[in-house]
Design a protein around this ligand. Structure first.
Ligand code: BDP
Length: 695
């Protein structure tokens, strides 16, 4: 086993369990044909065939144990049942055990075929996770409209911040060769409710918009369509200049507007259900409307207008910062907040969960809650750019749960980020959760067995931002590794503690952006020679002889003022900020005492040390699972955990050596000193680190 099957691993259930399930899976009754209903049936056949050892035949009339699938439109049988489908929207589903013409059946019904497909995956998940299926009465529907993966894939197949090989999209052999992998990718996404994919990198190449590529894009869109997945493209803002040699890309220039209109019309001829554009504009050097003295709203609206007749959306990223001298934390808010209410209703502003850049732990971005008249989407990073790439076992579900549950307080208590994102707080026309994908052509898709869990979790958090990280970890574990409690309990425990572990050995107590230059892999807290102030780790930790931390209170950058007053007050007060965010918001003396009774210096050293200990404990847990898990996957995870331990140690030792050079304080009693001196760590250059923008 190499992990290719992901969580759709339909291996035979325990004989007793399989025997229990079989009476409720004797046949499949599908009325009406459509590509989506066909894939729903095919998935049930494949899943039940694998899990229960017998592929259910097709039935034409209800028999005991049949699974009846369809919509009221496709199936007279289902229409007759008058099921309460209406509140479930286009993509929701019901899974119900009921009597039909005197037979016991399980009905999987939706208002649309894709709802049925989601219901089919739900039934399979129940069997995979060992739940009973004979008395079902389930109804579910997505809380978020657009549930997307953003691929940062370049057209030469290099994946930016990708640690799982080359891009899945083989542009050379497309459109003729439909690699079966494209279908497996679509199955995996549909199984977790992902309904949109951006095919190319946000630092985009305008060529993707040319007919040569659009033919290939069409081929992928055609493969994904039955799975309910729409294709989107990252559009380069100055494409009219690069592709058509217009003298400008000014969004208010009629030639530019016409060019985008015609381009949109052309794209929809290739892909009639094209989703829209994702745009990174005036961000880290990309072209944008500000090059022409226009605003983000002018730029986004111009593109949105071109897409509107076709029903497309513009997803406009708020990841902006420039060398203005303003605290980088505050810049996205400063630029976007004044534009609230100025975006067309088919524009979604996509905001990273935190204000800086996918750090191991960030407070929520103050833009969540701050733009009530704008659709605000969430951007998570599934690929672990700042969390040890693919070799460190870090389950991101707990981090996303923290982000979603954060209370913005903008409309009183309970105004969580989840409620901004799912639209229940401000009711925007569109809602969105996107994740920067971690997939590549590695056999196991994500570069490690455990990184598959993060792809899985993204789908589950996009479907329902209030989902529990623990439930998601448990589901995924059962589907991926097995239902034996001797497997489930320790793996879930490992996953649940893994995010805190990486925070501890990389950036404890609210430190952030300490990574070495460019690749963001190893430690580089000493780096202070980069051209831009806010690229340097020293800018972010601000450590010196006396103390450490970034003062974002009114005495400092005052970025805290961007939050609702209650949040600003909590983060701004040393007695309420809490250890996790202390150095995000405060500069404190090394000798400042925490609630633990220890000084910041001692606590920092102990956290770094604890992080390494946690990785050692994960290794022991994993070693204890040997024999219960197939040897190939077990060995790979074991090897990666060994890498993680070495690197956690490297992070700890390098950071302690460096911070001690500032504080001049002794290590707390009983704590091992770093293995080498600071110069040794500073001299480490360029560990193998794939996936940079400029390789
Ligand atoms: C940063 C990445 C960079 C991306 C940028 C972005 O280092 O490669 O281009 O985010 O989100 O995290 O645009």
């Amino acid at each position: 086993e190499d992990g290719y099957e992901l969580w759709l691993r339909y291996h035979a259930a325990e004989p007793a369990a399989a025997a229990g399930y079989r009476p409720a899976a004797t046949a499949i009754l599908q009325q009406g044909d459509s590509p989506t209903l066909d894939v729903a049936r095919a998935e049930l056949e494949r899943g039940i065939g694998g899990l229960l050892g017998r592929t259910p035949p097709r039935a034409t009339a209800p028999i005991n144990g049949a699974i009846v699938i369809g919509t009221p439109a496709s199936s007279p049988l289902i229409a007759r049942l008058n099921l309460p489908l209406q509140p479930l929207g286009r993509e929701g589903y019901l899974v119900r055990s009921m009597a039909l013409d005197g037979r016991r059946v399980t009905v999987i019904a939706g208002n649309s075929d894709v709802g049925v497909l989601y219901g089919a995956f739900r039934l399979l998940r129940l069997i995979q996770t060992g739940q009973p299926i004979e008395r079902l009465n389930l109804a579910d529907s997505p809380h978020v409209e657009l549930r997307m993966l953003d691929h940062w894939d370049n057209l030469d197949r290099h994946v930016v911040r990708g640690y799982a090989g080359l891009s899945l999209w083989d542009w050379q052999t497309l459109p003729r060769f439909a690699d079966p992998r494209y279908t497996d990718y679509a199955r995996a996404n549909a199984s977790i409710g992902i309904n949109g994919v951006v095919l190319n990198n946000v630092n985009s190449n305008a060529d993707i918009l040319t007919p040569h590529f659009l033919e290939k894009v069409r081929a992928l869109a055609d493969i994904f369509r039955p799975y309910g997945i729409r294709v989107y493209l990252s559009a380069r803002f100055n494409a009219p200049m690069e592709l058509a040699h217009l003298p400008t890309a000014d969004p208010l220039d009629p030639r530019v507007r016409q060019w985008w209109r015609e381009k949109a019309d052309e794209i929809y001829r290739y892909v009639p259900d094209f989703g829209g554009f994702l745009v990174k504009a005036n961000s880290e050097g990309t072209p944008g409307p500000q090059d022409f003295h226009r605003t983000h709203a002018d730029g986004a609206n111009m593109m949105a207008q071109a897409l509107a007749p076709h029903g497309g959306v513009v997803i406009w990223r708020a990841f902006v910062y420039s060398d203005t001298g303003e605290d980088r934390f505050a810049q996205a808010y400063s630029e976007f907040h004044p534009l609230d209410g100025r975006f067309r209703d088919n524009v979604i502003v996509q905001v990273k969960n935190g204000p800086i850049d996918f750090q191991p732990r960030e407070p929520f971005s103050p833009l969540f809650g701050a733009m009530p008249r704008t659709a605000i989407g969430m951007e998570f990073q599934v690929t672990k750019e700042y969390l040890g790439f693919n070799t460190h076992l870090v389950y991101l579900g707990t981090m996303w749960e923290e982000a979603m549950r954060a209370d913005t307080r903008v409309r009183g208590e309970g105004s969580t980020v989840a409620r901004v994102v799912d639209g229940s707080l401000f009711r925007p026309r569109h809602t969105l959760v996107a994740g920067v994908a971690n997939t590549g052509n590695d056999r196991n898709w994500s570069g490690s067995q455990f990184d598959q869990a993060n792809w899985y979790a993204l789908g589950r958090f996009a479907w329902n931002p209030d989902v529990s990280a623990r439930d998601v970890a448990e589901e995924w574990t059962r589907m991926t590794w097995g239902n034996d409690p001797a497997i489930v309990t320790p793996i879930v425990a490992m996953m649940m503690g893994s995010h805190q572990a990486v925070v501890d050995y990389m950036t404890p107590l609210g430190l952030h952006h300490l990574m070495a230059t460019g690749h963001h892999y190893g430690p580089g807290p000493w780096v202070n020679d980069l051209e831009r102030r806010d690229w340097n780790p020293t800018y972010f930790h601000n450590g010196d002889r006396q103390g450490i931390g970034f003062d974002r209170t009114a005495r400092g950058s005052n970025a805290l003022a961007q939050y609702a007053p209650e949040v600003a007050a909590r983060f701004g007060n040393l007695s309420t900020v809490g250890d996790d965010y202390l150095l995000w918001f405060h500069h404190v003396p090394w000798t400042y005492r925490l609630d633990t009774g220890r000084t910041v210096w001692d606590e920092l050293v102990l956290r770094y040390t604890r992080g390494v200990d946690e990785v050692r404990a994960m290794r022991r847990t994993w070693a204890g699972l040997s024999g219960r898990i197939d040897p190939q996957r077990h060995a790979q995870v074991a090897a990666f955990l060994a890498i993680q331990e070495d690197e956690a140690q490297w992070w700890r030792d390098a950071c302690i050596a460096y911070f001690q050079s500032l504080s001049g304080l002794p290590l707390p009693a009983g704590v091992a000193p770093p293995a080498h001196d600071l110069a040794y760590y500073e001299a480490i250059r360029n560990p193998y680190a794939p996936g940079r923008d400029q390789p």
